[in-house]
Write a protein that binds this ligand. Structure first.
Ligand code: SF4
Length: 426
């Protein structure tokens, strides 16, 4: 019985990849341990979306060197986007690393660990066809991959270089996996893809949503991450007509300036983005919309930044994930002139976050004294039952006893906060 320690960084795709790596290794008799000092194998599933994430990981990796000195039979494997980005070079930089395995090769982790060492970063089209068992964190809500990779090559993004070209899973494999999940008590699924709404299996994405919506016993359907260029009337109509599709969409905008959107290669203009927001809100009035914003993209002038501020005021997102622009290897933006000083990026990011905090807080305040449908996920650190609304807002439930994870309850919102809501059963 081998003991494995696994640490994960990054996006939902990466966390789900880790669930599947654990699923594979459990089939081979591995057990998970929470302390790397007790492990026979240490796995790091890494993220390379920003320079800071990479530096954080490399210093974490450096700290395992000592463990290997104490236990020479210890095996260390690096997975995820840094593995794919660095390949053989990572083993040269850190010779105590035994395996470097890219995201397209996670279905081969089990066989790799039987070798003395190895680098698996070659292109692997099979990944979309292999049904890999997952050892899931939650018993209520499950991530389900529907596609891999991305063809968009946004000029700042490393994902197309680390996760390869787009490959979609066959719809019947996805439906079968979800039917199995529902049999095991799952109530909610989140369909995963770097660019989930460009799914091009043997049906279109709106058709896939309709197929999943028919699955008996499933309560909620979510999907991330969408690209505005692939959000059309058919998808909005499917979202409005499929009763299990939750009223929330994450639709990265990145910048409010058409000049910057062009340099980012985002393939839409602000007018086109506004039109999609209008389409969504006309068809689904209660929809919550969240987004991603990059502050300080190369050559960004003050008027470009102001255009982003105006877009946030105009659209009033329910929430945003905003970051300073970060140079990434291989990307076109990293070679652009006009890279901005860190302090300018930081100042613009703070302005964006301060404005959005006001908007989020004001929008949450409007939910006071409303009754929300909440899918109970379990208990939070302070022992309260907690869960999410259909609009993906966290709700902490006061004075509730005997609830079970997976239950759907009605909650009267008594106290809205900036990033969560509080209420009682009704
Ligand atoms: S759509 Fe753009 S930002 Fe998103 S993963 Fe693809 S290249 Fe990256």
């Amino acid at each position: 019985m081998k003991r494995v320690y696994l640490e994960t960084w990054g996006c939902q795709m990466n966390f789900h990849d880790s669930e599947r790596v654990l699923g594979l290794l459990r089939q081979k008799g591995y057990v998970r341990v929470d302390d790397p000092r007790e492990a026979d194998v240490i796995l790091f599933n890494t993220c390379s979306i920003r320079e800071k994430a990479e530096h954080k990981f490399l210093s974490r990796l450096g700290r395992t060197k000592g463990l290997k000195k104490r236990n020479p039979s210890l095996k260390i494997a690096v997975l995820g986007c840094i593995a794919q980005q660095s390949g053989e070079k990572l083993k040269e930089k850190a010779p105590y690393v035994d395996y470097v395995i890219g995201p397209q090769n996670i279905n081969r982790v089990g066989e790799a660990l039987e070798l003395e060492e190895g680098v698996l970063t070659d292109d692997n089209p099979e990944i979309a066809l292999s049904d890999i068992p997952a050892y899931r964190e939650s018993t209520v809500s499950a991530w389900v991959n529907i596609m891999y990779g991305c063809n968009n090559f946004c000029s700042y993004c490393i994902v197309p270089y680390t996760r390869g070209r787009e490959r979609s899973r066959p719809a019947e494999n996805i439906v079968r996996e979800i039917e199995e999940l529902v049999k095991n008590g799952y109530k909610e699924v989140t369909l995963l893809g770097q660019n989930v709404n460009s799914y091009s299996g043997n049906v279109t994405f709106p058709e896939l949503l309709r197929m999943v919506n028919k699955i008996e016993g499933l309560e909620r359907i979510r999907f991330v991450t969408s690209h505005p260029k692939d959000l059309g009337p058919e998808l909005v109509q499917a979202m409005a007509e499929c009763e299990k599709v939750c009223e929330h969409i994450h639709l990265p905008l990145q910048s409010g300036s058409d000049r910057i959107l062009k340099l980012m290669n985002r393939k839409y203009t602000m007018e086109q983005y506004y039109e999609k927001i209008r389409m969504l809100r006309d068809a689904i009035p209660a929809i919550a919309i969240t987004t991603d914003i990059i502050a300080g993209f190369p050559t960004e002038r003050d008027e470009d930044h102001q255009a982003t501020i105006e877009a946030l005021k105009e659209i009033e997102f329910d929430g945003i994930f905003a970051f300073k622009y970060s140079k990434r290897p291989y990307t076109r933006a990293s070679k652009m002139d006009g890279q901005l000083p860190e302090e300018v990026k930081a100042e613009r990011l703070n302005q964006i976050l301060r404005l959005q905090d006001e908007i989020t807080e004001r929008k949450n305040k409007l939910l006071k004294n409303t009754v929300q449908e909440v899918l109970v996920e379990g208990k939070n650190d302070s022992g309260q039952y907690t869960g999410r609304t259909r609009t993906n807002k966290i709700v902490n439930i006061n004075k509730a006893d005997g609830l079970t994870a997976g239950q759907i309850v009605k909650v009267l919102i008594t106290e809205p906060h900036r990033h969560s809501l509080e209420g009682r059963l009704t």
